[in-house]
Design a protein around this ligand. Structure first.
Ligand SMILES: [Zn+2]
Length: 236
């Protein structure tokens, strides 16, 4: 399998929250997309890993991804030993994505920022010829960071206006997490408010790009420009 775009995140539903609209847009553009969840979300207050696996498969279908899989890294204590980097590198070599989306490298939840660093180092390891995984070495062309969880200024935003409703439906596929229920009531946002929260965040980033709804990304590298008249700026 050769993917154009692979989103890697710590927990099932992270991708739906941070870059699901971008994956939908890429699928619409004819690109082959995929999701790698690093954990099964087994430490979540709500739902069992089995339930979350079923829900994530459904959400993946809504996001029109060509491939979705989950690793068995420990939810709640996601660390960066060589063993974990190798597990991700093995997947990277099999899926060979041109672009990888990782979680931003700082944030509130350690699993989120650790998976940013872990994913980056796995991409590097995957390119080393002497690392044996049974597949030829491979390194993605580009890594970008989904920064919606982090309150940082994005390098660019992706217009997801046409896909915001579908993205929201993919999130609601996680009924164990987002349907109103007694357990975790103090921790979880009531169902009615989820829509407002996700839409207003997307609206905020949309305003930065001069569109209605958008998702934010950070890239570490400086962009190289040949033609100033073609810079992708929507408004000043
Ligand atoms: Zn998460």
């Amino acid at each position: 399998m050769k993917l154009d775009l692979l989103a890697i995140a710590a927990h099932p539903d992270d991708v739906e929250l941070t870059c699901g609209g971008t994956l939908l847009k890429a699928a619409e553009q004819g690109y082959k997309t995929g999701i790698l969840d690093l954990t099964a979300g087994e430490m979540g207050t709500r739902g069992t890993p089995e339930t979350r696996l079923k829900e994530s498969a459904k959400a993946g279908r809504i996001l029109r991804v060509a491939h979705r899989e989950a690793l068995d890294l420990p939810d709640g204590s996601l660390q960066n030993p060589l063993e974990n980097r190798l597990k991700i590198a093995t997947v990277l070599r099999r899926l060979r994505p041109r672009v990888v989306i990782l979680p931003y490298w700082q944030g509130r939840h350690p699993d989120h920022y650790n998976s940013g660093t872990l994913g980056y180092e796995a991409c590097f390891l995957s390119g080393l010829a002497k690392v044996e995984t049974g597949e030829p070495p491979f390194r993605p062309f580009k890594i970008i960071y989904a920064s919606l969880y982090a309150d940082v200024r994005p390098s660019f935003v992706v217009d997801i206006t046409s896909f915001i409703e579908e993205r929201f439906r993919s999130l609601l596929a996680y009924r164990s997490q987002y349907a109103d229920q007694p357990s975790g009531g103090g921790l979880f946002v009531p169902h009615d408010e989820i829509r407002e929260r996700t839409f207003s965040l997307a609206r905020h980033y949309g305003l930065l790009g001069g569109v209605r709804y958008a998702e934010p990304f950070v890239q570490k590298e400086v962009g190289l420009v040949d033609d100033l008249t073609l810079l992708p700026v929507s408004s000043i």
